[in-house]
Design a protein around this ligand. Sequence first.
Ligand code: NDP
Ligand code: 8X3
Length: 252
Amino acid sequence: MAKIALITGATAGIGLACAEVFAREGFNLILTGRRLDRLEQLADKLNKKYNVEIAVSSFDIRNREQVIENLEGLPAKWRKVNVLVNNAGLSQGLDPIQNGNYDDWDTMIDTNIKGLLYVSRIVSNWMIEHGKGHIINLGSIAGKEVYANGNVYCATKHAVDALNKGMRIDLLPHGIKVTAIHPGAVETEFSEVRFKGDKERAKKVYEGFEPLVAADIAETIWFVASRPAHVNINDLVIMPTAQATATNIFRQ
Ligand code: NDP
Ligand code: 8X3
């Protein structure tokens, strides 16, 4: 029977690239995100290309009732999730703390921390029932360092780092692997979302050096997910070669 991967935030960027890689590797997929049209198009494409089964589940990860209703509403066969990629996340704004936008703060905290928790609460119980599983959390270099004006985004990713460690301890008796992937600069829709649609400002983030692309992270996630049963990669930081720290990027 084919294995199952549940990927949150599969409508764009890293999540979308993970969907492609896991489908290529023969996994059936549960794909989530708010943009249902994108999920349906992706499911159709991957189903035709790789002949895998795909369930799409569209909900706002910030809304606890929606998360529970949608995931618990999936047919029973989808509960045997082997790999959960907790990828949905975002940054909003880049402001000093004294000028921070309250709504941006709520959005980041509700998405990156609370949304990840809602999904993990449900899927970790499915994994316990199933007797195995692997949770892969998308942290960030922002979860390892703090940079100017990154305050709340960095705090949410530090929280993901802590939750990753906490989950590994709590799920240890159940044989469930828990891994965090912490990327540096990856060119996706991330900066466009951070700068609220300002494409020019977003483009500048990746100017003068070769950033990572979503497929680099997806292939790394696949590497982590495909280790033998007795091996777990706890924590992995991955950067473009031109980046040394969150803020130290060599631009030419
Ligand atoms: P993208 O903006 O390209 O994709 C983000 C994904 O998250 C989309 O599929 C989006 O789906 C989903 N998402 C956002 N908010 C919600 C929500 N409220 N409910 C459901 N889904 C949501 O960004 P990336 O692919 O770059 O980011 C993926 C993860 O990687 C994030 O956790 C990010 O913090 C992390 N990361 C990114 C880095 C980068 O440089 N790009 C570096 C380090 C970490 P939709 O809008 O359809 O709901
Ligand atoms: C995304 C990378 O450096 O913009 O998490 O925080 S960074």
